[in-house]
Design a protein around this ligand. Structure first.
Ligand code: ADP
Length: 257
């Protein structure tokens, strides 16, 4: 029985399965909180694969992924990192926000993402051929907002790519209900509020309200926090620190909820 809940939006399951069968790395593009991680967890469970997840940030180096020597007693022993383990075991490796990672990771990915499917471990001098069940999945938040790094075309073209975005109102309402058990009328109001905020481009938000924030607001409401307060802390406050924008969002919340 599948325990991870994921609401399928389009052809993403088929695309994932075909990418896997053809040993093609998959890049999931889209804003934060749109279900990319949940989708990968769901597919790993559906396909009975072990999933190694690495949240990449500017300090993530190839050592974190590939492995390192550690001192044990008076010996140094080699410890495989998550990438090496996934490659050897035939697991799924999920690199979240790959564009944030240091360039040495991208270099390490080259031989793994083409026909060679090999991982070179420079510290041990070994070259490992990936287990046939190994699959690489990465996410990328397109750089339409400031502060996010771009992914080079030469890296992007190593992946087949699938876009994620904010779901249609009905689909998003269903996600809120299934995910949190919130009442349908509350879910509908939250989704309506979400789409209003998404349309307010003049607010100049770095990133707009995601399904994740609507899920958080639903959870707070479901556990008994007043509706408006839940939306203030789960939606308005996480989106901005600017006083004027915050009060505009809070006004919208009090009109909607
Ligand atoms: P991302 O990886 O794109 O940043 P997540 O996968 O972490 O986003 O999604 C954030 C939250 O939004 C999830 O924990 C889940 O509650 C909810 N969510 C978003 N999309 C879906 C979906 N299609 N099915 C189920 N839950 C979803």
């Amino acid at each position: 029985m599948q325990t991870t809940f994921y609401k399928t939006i389009g052809k993403e399951q088929e695309i994932f399965e075909h990418a896997y069968q053809n040993k093609l790395p998959l890049l999931l593009k889209g804003p934060t909180g749109t279900g990319k991680s949940r989708f990968v967890e769901f597919m790993a469970e559906k396909m009975s694969k072990k999933l190694y997840t690495v949240a990449c940030h500017e300090e993530t180096s190839s050592t974190d992924l590939i492995g390192r020597y550690i001192i044990k007693g008076n010996e140094t022993v080699w410890v495989d990192g998550p990438m090496t383990r996934a490659v050897k075991e035939g697991a799924f490796l999920y690199l979240d926000e790959i564009a944030e990672a240091r360039p040495d990771i991208i270099v390490a990915l080259h031989s793994l993402t083409d026909h060679r499917r090999t991982l070179f471990i420079d510290k041990t001098g070994e070259t490992i051929v990936a287990n046939e069940n190994f699959m690489l999945i990465a996410t990328y938040n397109p750089g339409y907002q400031k502060g996010f790094k771009e992914l080079k075309p030469s890296t992007r073209q190593r992946f087949i790519s699938l876009s994620f975005n904010y779901p249609e109102n009905e689909v998003e309402t269903d996600i809120l209900i299934k995910e949190t058990g919130v009442e349908e009328d509350v879910a509908k109001k939250l989704v309506k509020l979400g789409s209003k905020i998404r349309n307010l481009t003049e607010l100049g938000l770095a990133e707009t309200v995601s399904t994740r924030l609507l899920v958080d607001a639903s959870l707070l409401i479901k556990s008994g926090l007043p509706h408006r307060l839940s939306c203030d802390v789960a939606i308005a406050e996480p989106l901005t620190d600017d006083e004027d924008t915050l009060s505009a969002l809070k006004d919208l919340i009090s009109l909607s909820m």
